[in-house]
Design a protein around this ligand. Sequence first.
Ligand SMILES: N[C@@H]1[C@@H](O)[C@H](O)[C@@H](COP(=O)(O)O)O[C@@H]1O
Length: 259
Amino acid sequence: MKVLIYQTQAAAADCVAGLLADRLAHQPDAVLGLATGGTMESVYDRLITRYNAGEMSMGKAQSFNLDEYVGLKPDHACSYWHYMREKLFNHVDMRPDFAFLPHGDVADATQEADRYEAAIAAAGDIDLQLLGLGANGHIGFNEPTSSLTSHTRIKTLTRSTREANARYFDAFDDVPRLAITMGIGTIMRSDEIVLLAYGEGKAEVAAKMIEGPISAACPASILQMHRKVTVVLDEAAASSLALRAYYEEVHPEVRDAVI
Ligand SMILES: N[C@@H]1[C@@H](O)[C@H](O)[C@@H](COP(=O)(O)O)O[C@@H]1O
């Protein structure tokens, strides 16, 4: 696991956008695994800037998002379909027929989860997977106690996750109780994983993920078992790490000097 600690959120977001853009430069038809949440907005802003500057194209890529709420139609303002269109897809050259998310508004969500898992496998699995980090250690919507080898399936959201995401809804009771999420096993099949976390609120869980035991109590801790994972943190999210001497600290002046 490579841990990069940046002084600011902006520098951390630049790094993650750069890793994705580099992948596309070397592999234009990469299968991308995309994530939602507040943290990812800063990455998508930067990808749009790079696209507008003619530095990056997503025109040959495919994407699979991690998850979607059960019960929300793609045009629902709080759906992840809507998030992805608003925050990224409408602003870059990603082909709509190459950008996939699970459908949350289906009669049989289990069948939809199986279909989505098969579609990812048929695409040859994910080349580069972006991840955020839930405050309880979830990745995608794989809540604590998720099987560490799970495939795409329905998960019941914890109260704390529903509370954390209630800011996007009119009322707490409107936050769906179920989601379809790529499984931990699905995520772990990715060729490369990049996880981004910001802020003091993620400090304790980031330490558990990086330094704690591998446990379904903190699903993100399974990333310790992946052979190519980069964790990108700002100083605040890195503030509870005990083994600081082992991590790479990337300060803007150093980075600028290297460039
Ligand atoms: N399902 C998503 C996760 O994929 C994401 O990592 C998490 C963190 O979101 P934020 O970046 O807003 O803290 O939010 C949601 O729960």
